[in-house]
Design a protein around this ligand. Structure first.
Ligand code: GLA
Length: 367
């Protein structure tokens, strides 16, 4: 490694076994500042993310569990997983492609959610390999989803890479896939963040800014109507920093029971590779997270279904004690020709990237 870059090499350890007896491993990657991530092979899941506060104190900002059985339990609401083949909802679990009708599992009445039930990408065990150079450390996970798995057409070869550069506190996640038949695909990571540390009470005092003038209104089952509407004048206006709790009461009285909305990211500058989608600040610790992505949308979900389940170290995960910022294509795109397409064709490569970059809010403001 280059001078100064003395972070230990990526580490791999056993994380136990699935209920079917499959071995699960957990990889640790990081840099010299102590910023580090742990990723397990079940569900290509981000288990821990240690981030410094303004004084350099590290805490884990992600909700999760201490072992595989926690992740297999009812209390796991997609914590940190790679979500797919198609994340978010597909109306009534139905779509048609090239004249053929497909039926998927209904696991969020009356819709299909997050890729299905038994063999969605969050539940299968992936193959993994770690890498290290002067530039940083990474772990690359691969999974081949056979034709017809969870009702989706085509054999899909998927690679998800997690990378931490040596010189910055950021985690980059890149997704790649190829298929042998036309198929919808929409991958995201479902990390639950609390920048005060997992187990802290609520995220209502976090400040959020979203680079989105528009969102996709939905029906009462959270399926988009197809309309693209302005956030202006609504509780969804996060164009300037807003306290998450400021208007959550009235959003809580809607069918979404809190924030659970897809925001349409503003077009990026012509020469920019990625869009700055979101900035999240936790004022007590000074932790600040920027989310950059190649995706056109972001689902902001305010942990409305968290119900006091016991997580890492027996901590209680209360209602709205974390939030998700899921970069993705719009929900139910496969049934909306006007939305950016989620169809992958044989011979093409699906390739998207999201970066979570961390810094100190006050230091940034002083620059
Ligand atoms: C997504 C959905 C939410 C919920 C969570 C998981 O963010 O939009 O409605 O299903 O996943 O609990």
């Amino acid at each position: 490694m280059a001078s100064g870059a003395s972070a230990a090499d990526p580490k791999v350890e056993s994380f136990g076994k699935t209920k079917d007896g499959e071995a699960v491993e957990i990889y640790t990657i990081g840099n010299d500042s102590g910023f580090s991530a742990r990723i397990m092979t079940r569900g290509a899941t981000l288990v821990n993310l240690h981030v410094p506060d303004r004084d350099g104190k590290l805490v884990d900002v992600l909700l999760g569990f201490d072992d595989v059985s926690g992740y297999e339990s009812e209390g796991n609401q997609y914590f940190g997983c790679t979500t797919g083949r198609v994340c978010n909802r597909i109306a009534k679990g139905k779509f048609s492609l090239d004249g053929k009708d497909y039926t998927l599992a209904i696991n969020n009445e009356p819709n299909h959610l997050h890729g299905g039930v038994e063999r969605s990408l969050d539940k299968v065990v992936w193959q993994a390999k770690s890498f290290s150079s002067d530039k940083g450390q990474s772990v690359r996970l691969t999974y081949t989803s056979p034709d017809g798995e969870e009702g989706y057409p085509g054999k899909l070869e998927i690679t998800v890479g997690f990378f931490i550069p040596a010189d910055r506190n950021s985690l980059s996640i890149s997704y790649k896939a190829t298929t042998d038949a036309r198929t919808p695909i929409n991958l995201t990571n479902h990390a639950y963040f609390n920048l005060g540390g997992e187990g802290s009470e609520t995220v209502l005092n976090h400040r959020l800014r979203l680079n989105a003038d528009n969102y996709t209104p939905t029906d009462d089952t959270l399926i988009p109507t197809g309309e693209i509407a302005k956030v202006e004048g609504t509780d969804l206006d996060f164009r300037g920093f807003k306290r998450i709790g400021a208007r959550i009461k009235s959003v809580g009285e809607t069918a979404a029971i809190g924030y659970d909305h897809n925001f349409v990211l503003n077009d990026r500058e012509a020469d920019a590779a990625m869009t700055l989608a979101a900035v999240l600040v936790e004022p007590e610790s000074g932790r600040r997270m920027r989310v950059m992505t190649t995706e056109p949308g972001i689902q902001f979900y305010s942990g409305n279904f968290l119900e006091g389940q016991k997580g890492k170290g027996g901590k209680t995960y209360a209602h709205r004690s974390a939030l998700c910022l899921e970069t993705q294509h719009f929900p139910d795109s496969v049934n909306h020709a006007s939305f950016p397409t989620t169809i992958l064709n044989p011979g093409e490569e699906y390739s998207t990237k999201t970066i979570y970059a961390f810094s100190n809010a006050e230091a940034d403001a002083a620059k």
